[in-house]
Design a protein around this ligand. Structure first.
Ligand code: NAX
Length: 328
C-alpha cells in the first residue's frame, strides 16, 4: 500500500464540496491504490452540516479512506496537507457589488494562503475554485512566501470540459477523440474558449465546424454556461464542478495524456504577452506533479484581442485587492 495522501477540502459542506469529497475518497482523483486522509474545513456555522458529510463518508466504508478530520480551524485543516482544494468562498449576497465580493473573498484567501504557508507540506499543491478564482489564487499565493507560485493554480477545467462536451455534440464525435482545447484568461465572461489548435480524431476541429458556429454559438455558450445551468436547475453547477476538480488534480498529479493538454489558470510568466503577476488560464501539460505552459501556439489578431480583454479584467481585479498583496 502507498503512503497516504492528505487532501484538504474547504467549504466541504457546500454543494461542490459535498459532490467532491466522496469522489476523492473513492480513489477517482489519485487512483485505486492510493489511500487518502480527508481534512474537511468549514466555517463554524456549517460544522453541523459538515458532521453529516463525515457521517455519510464513514457509512460508505470506502477502503481507501484512512481518516477524516472535520474542523473549522485552518491550522488543523491544512496541517501537513499535500493537496489543498480551496472551494469555500463567500457567495454574493443581495445588493452586494462585485467589487465588495472580491474584497470579502480576498480576505478569506489571504488568510488561507498564510495558513497553508505555515501548516501545509512544503510540496503542497493548491487549487482555487472559489470565485473570483484567478484573483483568489493570486492572493493565496502572494500570502504564502515560502511556497512557489507554481504550487498554486485556479480552476478553468470546468470551462475546458464544457467546450469539449459542446464540440462532441456538434460534431457527433466522442469526447475521448477531442484534444488540444484551450481556455484562455479569467474564469469569467471574458474567458476565451479556443479551438484553433484542436483536433477531433486526426482532423483539425475547424474542418468539422465553422468559424461562425464557434464565434456565435460555442464561445458565448461556454462563457454563459454557469448561468444556463442555474436557470435550468435553480442551483449552480456542483457535480460538474466537482468532476472538474477531480480531473484537474488527477492530471496535475499523475500527468496529462500524450499529445494533449489541459487548461489551468497559472501564474503568468509572460507567455503569450500576458502581464506577469496575474493567474491566467493557459494550455498546460503536466508530468511528475509539475505543469508546463504549452509554448508557440499561433494566435490570430482576434484571439490576441480576446486574451488582452481578459488580461485587462484580471489587472482590474488585482488593483481592487492590491492592499492584500504583500510587497516583497
Ligand atoms: P456553496 O455556497 O454551496 O458552498 C460554499 C461552502 O463554503 C459553504 O458550505 C460555506 O460554509 C463554506 N465557506 C465559506 N467561507 C469559508 C471559509 N472561509 N472557509 C471554509 N469554508 C468556507 O457554494 P458552491 O456551489 O459549493 O461553490 C463554491 C465556490 O465555487 C463559489 O465561490 C462558486 O462561485 C465557485 N465556483 C467556481 C467554479 C470554477 O470553475 N472555478 C465553478 C463552480 C462554482 O461556481
Amino acid at each position: 500500500m502507498k503512503e497516504t495522501i492528505k487532501v484538504t477540502i474547504t467549504g466541504a459542506a457546500g454543494h461542490i464540496g459535498y459532490a467532491l469529497a466522496f469522489r476523492v475518497a473513492s480513489g477517482e482523483m489519485f487512483g485505486p491504490d492510493q489511500p487518502v486522509i480527508l481534512r474537511l474545513l468549514e466555517i463554524p456555522q456549517a460544522l453541523s452540516s459538515l458532521k453529516g458529510v463525515g457521517m455519510e463518508l464513514g457509512d460508505c466504508a470506502l477502503p481507501l479512506l484512512h481518516d477524516i478530520v472535520l474542523t473549522d480551524d485552518p491550522a488543523i485543516g491544512f496541517r501537513d496537507t499535500d493537496y489543498a482544494l480551496l472551494i469555500g468562498a463567500r457567495p454574493r449576497s443581495k445588493g452586494m457589488e462585485r467589487k465588495d465580493l472580491i474584497v470579502e473573498n480576498a480576505k478569506i484567501f489571504a488568510a488561507q494562503g498564510r495558513s497553508i504557508n505555515d501548516n501545509a507540506s512544503g510540496d503542497v499543491r493548491v487549487l482555487v475554485v472559489g470565485n473570483p478564482a484567478n484573483t483568489n489564487a493570486l492572493i493565496a499565493s502572494a500570502n504564502a512566501p515560502d511556497l512557489s507560485a507554481s504550487q498554486f493554480t485556479a480552476m478553468t477545467r470546468l470551462d475546458h470540459n464544457r467546450a469539449m462536451g459542446q464540440l462532441a455534440i456538434k460534431t457527433n464525435s466522442l469526447v475521448a477523440d477531442i484534444t488540444r482545447v484551450t481556455i484562455w484568461g479569467n474564469h469569467s465572461m471574458t474567458q476565451y474558449p479556443d479551438i484553433g489548435s484542436c483536433f477531433i480524431g486526426d482532423k483539425p476541429a475547424y474542418e468539422l465546424v465553422t468559424r461562425d458556429w464557434v464565434i456565435d454559438h460555442m464561445i458565448p455558450r461556454i462563457q454563459r454556461r454557469g448561468a444556463e445551468i442555474i436557470e435550468a436547475r435553480g442551483l449552480s453547477s456542483a457535480a460538474s464542478a466537482a468532476d472538474a476538480v477531480v480531473s484537474h488534480i488527477h492530471d496535475w498529479a499523475l500527468g496529462t495524456r500524450d499529445g494533449d493538454w489541459v487548461s489551468m489558470s497559472v501564474m503568468s510568466d509572460g507567455s503569450y504577452g500576458i502581464d506577469e503577476g496575474v493567474f491566467f488560464s493557459m494550455p498546460v501539460t503536466c508530468k511528475n506533479g509539475e505543469y508546463e505552459i504549452v509554448q508557440g501556439l499561433e494566435m490570430d489578431s482576434l484571439s490576441i484581442a480576446r486574451l488582452k480583454a481578459s488580461e485587462k479584467e484580471l489587472l482590474a481585479e488585482r488593483s481592487i485587492v492590491e492592499d492584500l498583496l504583500p510587497k516583497n
